[in-house]
Ligand binder design. Structure first.
Ligand code: CA
Length: 398
């Protein structure tokens, strides 16, 4: 069973919209819950000094509990997701990282057999190349989730493993900032994933996925390799379906490339579709959108964070970093998604139009959504609050 991360990555939190407000846990019951956690963790072998430091003064965190409850229902259009994650800015930053860490990335690629562009793509999607670490102090965040009764056993183990990492000297307490669900570091590993997969690639004796880029890249490669990445393989490629395609689809329904060719599929890049290699047909936007044949290595990306759109974003980012082109088949929508720069620009346009939404920081929260809805209404559009191309253009965006 893959360990999902309960997250759409920290960079992606900017896309999250508040939905439900949870009832605060009674302060007294939170304190007694935390006291119980502390004694169990000490019993499991973590020094009392570490536990006391990590879990002193835990306060109720409404945001953590809200995120932990609202996440599963969180659904986003694939074209919004991709426009945000594979934008010009991330491609430029990714190209710079490839250059900056060329020697390291090639060494990691050689040792683990995972394409360095994939590693950079993953890094970019997870933390915007280490620039977004997440705001939650993990011991407190996990304590809140556990005491709110959300998958308490799973998260209790994450808390224990996190503090074991501190006790072992791999991570410093002050570096334990990340997602509400306990993922942290350059590539947002959960502590249990960290314990199983992290490697000390720079040879300083610590597995430091927070500050060491070599450790972080090698650990991600080690994870993907163990999760089934085939050395030298790619994640997959875009295909074009024949008109009125009625055949099978699905990541796991793999068939040989030649058998897909017999069903009328063609490679989008014009290359020949042939051979015994097995791939599944992925249709993230349905039969009328871009289609992809994905190999087993795609599943390794999926294991990293259980979402097909996530795996596709990394694969596509990697291809683009290699000089590949945008998808050939357009998304089946007349209202495309926005890049991060366009999201910020949309906020500037809303401010200009008189909406008091605070700072234009690209983070689309409830206040921006409310302003978008109102602006959509005024423009005669359906007021869905979605930051999209149509409202962007209606407000004068280019
Ligand atoms: Ca190290």
């Amino acid at each position: 069973m893959p360990r999902t991360k309960f997250t759409v990555t920290v960079t992606f939190l900017a896309l999250m919209v508040a939905s439900t407000i949870s009832q605060p846990v009674e302060a007294a019951s939170l304190q007694s819950c935390v006291a119980g956690l502390k004694s169990r963790i000490i019993k499991a072998g973590v020094p009392r000094t570490v536990v006391d430091k990590a879990l002193s003064d835990v306060k109720f965190d409404e945001k953590v509990v809200r995120f932990s409850r609202s996440q599963p229902e969180f659904r986003l259009k694939i074209w919004d997701y991709m426009a945000f994650l594979v934008d010009k800015e991330r491609l430029e930053d990714g190209a710079a990282k490839l250059k900056q860490h060329d020697k390291l990335l090639r060494a990691v690629e050689k040792k683990y057999g995972v394409d360095r562009h994939i590693l950079v793509g993953l890094w970019g999607v997870e933390t915007d190349f280490g620039s977004q670490r997440g705001d939650f102090f993990i011991p407190h965040g996990l304590a809140n989730v556990i005491c709110a009764g959300r998958r308490a056993r799973f998260f209790s183990n994450e808390l224990l493993q996190t503090l074991k990492l501190v006790a072992a000297g791999d991570v410093k307490m002050e570096d334990l900032y990340g997602s509400w669900a306990g993922a942290f570091g350059q590539n947002q590993f959960l502590a249990s994933t960290y314990q199983r997969n992290a490697v000390d690639f720079d040879g300083d004796g610590r597995r430091d996925l927070v500050h060491s880029v070599p450790d972080a890249m090698a650990s991600a490669a080690n994870f993907l390799r163990k999760a089934g990445w085939s050395p030298g393989s790619s994640w997959g490629f875009e295909v074009v379906l024949p008109k009125r395609y009625r055949g099978p689809s699905g990541r796991k329904r793999r068939a040989s490339l030649s058998s897909w060719a017999k069903r009328g599929l063609k490679r989008a890049d014009g290359g020949k579709l042939q051979g015994k290699a097995k791939a599944g047909l992925l249709l993230p936007a349905g039969k009328n959108g871009p289609a992809f044949l994905v190999y087993k290595s795609f599943d390794a990306l999926f294991t990293y964070n259980a979402a097909e759109s996530y795996a596709l974003a990394i694969g596509h980012l990697a291809d683009r970093l290699k000089g590949g082109k945008p998808f050939v088949t357009p998304y089946p929508t007349d209202d495309l998604g926005l890049s991060r720069a366009q999201r910020t620009e949309l906020q500037r346009l809303l401010l200009k139009a008189g909406y008091d939404i605070g700072k234009a920081d690209g983070k689309i929260g409830p206040i921006t959504v409310k302003a978008i809805k109102d602006a959509q209404k005024k423009a005669g559009m359906k007021p869905n609050g979605r930051p999209s191309m149509k409202i962007y253009k209606a407000l004068g965006g280019e």
